[in-house]
Design a binder for this molecule. Sequence first.
Ligand SMILES: Nc1ncnc2c1ncn2[C@@H]1O[C@H](COP(=O)(O)OP(=O)(O)O)[C@@H](O)[C@H]1O
Ligand SMILES: [Mg+2]
Length: 494
Amino acid sequence: MPHDNRLPRDAQSILELAARSMFDLFANASEGMLLVDRQARVVWINEQYRRFLPALGYESEADFVGRPVSEVVHNTQMHRVLETGQPILIDLLTNKAGTFVVSRIPLRGADGEVMGALGIVLFDHPETTMQPLINKFARLQQDLDDARRELAQQRRSKYTLASFIGRSPEAQEVKRQARRAAQSSSPVLLLGETGTGKELLAHAIHAASDRASRPFVSVNIAAVPDTLLEAEFFGVAPGAYTGADRKGRDGKFKLADGGTLFLDEVGDMPMAVQVKLLRALQEGEIEPLGSNQVVTFNVRVVAATSRDLAQCVREGRFREDLYYRLHVLPIRVPPLRERRTDIPLLIEALCEDIAARNGMLPMDVSADAVALLQAQHWRGNTRELRNVLEQAALRSEDHHIDAVTVEAVLRRAGVGQIVAPVARSSSEAGEHVPAQTGLLDRPLAEQVRDLERRAMRAALQHTGGNRAAAARLLGMSRATFYEKLASLDEVSKT
Ligand SMILES: Nc1ncnc2c1ncn2[C@@H]1O[C@H](COP(=O)(O)OP(=O)(O)O)[C@@H](O)[C@H]1O
Ligand SMILES: [Mg+2]
């Protein structure tokens, strides 16, 4: 008890009395007490403590007292209390004498220096005295496990194919291919501009596959520094490094075992890692860094990129052999501007989601606002549409979004040229020709390609998929039709 000379004398004596009473209480009510000096030698034990001596392997008190505590009491932590000067108020100690609930308190002299430490055995046989507490703890542990499992469940089914909003033929085709890919365990390659829903589809393919109950693990290759990618993929063996990673670390291949590994932005992978990934995929085994043992894995790979991967191969930035390894089930995810008919539906779904996440009422988007949104180019696709809606929601005070608000947000967001909506003559709302300004905001070649793709798709639809008839309908030779079809990446869709 530190001497506090600010207290009046009678208070000081009360404190001393309190200290003595507490000590006596512990001495009598506890199962035993032990005192060590600054050198961690046992200097005193009380009456009750003596009965532990036989179990600890000592016949008499004389054999025990005077010895270093760590020699006579296995697993003791008394020296830690001496080193740190911090009490360990409650702990479980297990050694050959049994399991005990113990408390360890440093003893300080008048100058605050640690002079020794007091060990108190609060309970022996904690399995009986502590049973209610242990039961409660077990129940809490059970609750925690349940919550974790639920969380993992949510993580697993974050997106399903139903989350991919769209009823256009293009959207339906993507979903059909994704559903088919889910039945297989071959690698899937999702190709499409940023924000088109590649990540969403990767989740959905996993959720629809027979691996749905196993982990879905993703690596965003563009976000991991090149030097760390290898460790990220393959893990680090224990002892490979000193310091933080001394214990070793599991790589994503290991974490995804039995499940799906999503390689996002795979086109950004450095060449050195491409070689190792290829080898891993070919051999179905990996070698953690600093280990000389190979580990087999069972992982389904889904890769995605917003780059033109074939172009990367031609430029020597992506290995051709790896490209063919990944290009087994390619799925082209069309940009939003190729499926404008989905935009009204997407607006509705995104508004609902935004409202739910922010705990507010869903916005009501006016028809002219929808028309304006539908006319835009959407370089950032659904992600960009979502951002614009989020900002519009913030600006509107009455849950109402009109064209004026949308235009202000578009201008602020710097989306480039704002495309004015055109009056529709037919019911095919999505297939409209952009207004005059729209003809100027992107390369002509791209617009021509779009038009060709639309015309060919319409012809195919009209002829029920008969390519020869579709070619005739458009006044093209069959050869030219096939060639164009292939170059427009439509080949896999029939
Ligand atoms: N068809 C869709 N239906 C509903 N939401 C979508 C759709 N496509 C994309 N999104 C949403 O747009 C955002 C971007 O999608 P994401 O899958 O990350 O795109 P990518 O990986 O192609 O860049 C996400 O918030 C996603 O939920
Ligand atoms: Mg992405």
